[in-house]
Design a protein around this ligand. Structure first.
Ligand SMILES: N[C@@H](CCC(=O)N[C@@H](CS)C(=O)NCC(=O)O)C(=O)O
Length: 203
């Protein structure tokens, strides 16, 4: 299998970690979605990474769909429970963590624009999305049911990749204040080999 992506993307990291945890061998094809001559649209018409080229050459895109595809292949450990409703609860938290990564990405892209073109409204709206979502993730991590329940799942991985991205881009540097359950979860995740091997390169 071939994973098309960039080393700095939290969504690509999520898929790399899933494959490392499941022991699935893959070739990493480094491709920036933002360069003018990007090859990414060849794999995903939306021009976004990750995309996965499966062994039968079918191309899968969007990290949630790729994660589901990898889960369907049945490689251990399972990252979702067999019960569909339990799995859906975990998928919802995966999407929440991914949504924080989306909002952080908007902030990073906005801040790359010349200062006089940056929209304070866009920055504020996305900071608010992040704070509200982190509050919910903190509550869920403290509850320890669908997130942080001691058995690694897709919501844990998405949350770890999202926090890694906030740290890497220094978006919302105070994310950890009064969020002890998320801090503990991140520390535990970052000790795993799969996370250590996929740390984003120094900016
Ligand atoms: N929902 C998508 C989001 C992927 C995404 O936004 N990737 C970013 C890189 S972190 C990207 O490729 N952006 C390029 C663009 O928006 O044109 C997923 O989970 O795969």
């Amino acid at each position: 299998m071939k994973l098309i992506g960039s080393y700095t993307s939290p969504f690509v990291r999520k898929i790399s970690i899933i494959m490392l945890e499941k022991g699935i061998t893959f070739e990493f094809v480094n491709a920036s979605p933002y360069s003018d001559d990007s090859h990414v649209p060849h794999y995903n018409p939306l021009g976004k990474v990750p995309a996965l080229v499966a062994d039968d050459k079918q191309i899968w895109f969007d990290s949630s769909i790729i994660a589901e595809f990898l889960e369907l292949r049945g490689a251990e450990p399972a990252l979702l429970p067999a019960d569909p409703l339990e799995a859906l609860n975990i998928r919802q938290l995966e999407k929440l963590a991914d949504g924080v990564s989306d909002a952080a990405l908007v902030i990073v892209r906005e801040q790359m624009r010349p200062g006089d073109l940056q929209s304070e409204e866009v920055l504020l709206r996305n900071r608010e999305k992040i704070q509200r979502s982190l509050d919910m993730l903190e509550a869920k991590a403290a509850e320890g049911k669908w997130l942080n329940n001691g058995q690694l799942n897709l919501a844990d991985i998405a949350t770890g990749c999202m926090i890694g991205y906030l740290n890497f881009r220094r978006v919302v540097p105070n994310w950890c204040v009064e969020r002890p359950a998320l801090v503990k979860l991140a520390e535990t995740l970052f000790e795993r080999e799969s996370f250590a091997r996929t740390t984003p390169p120094a900016a």
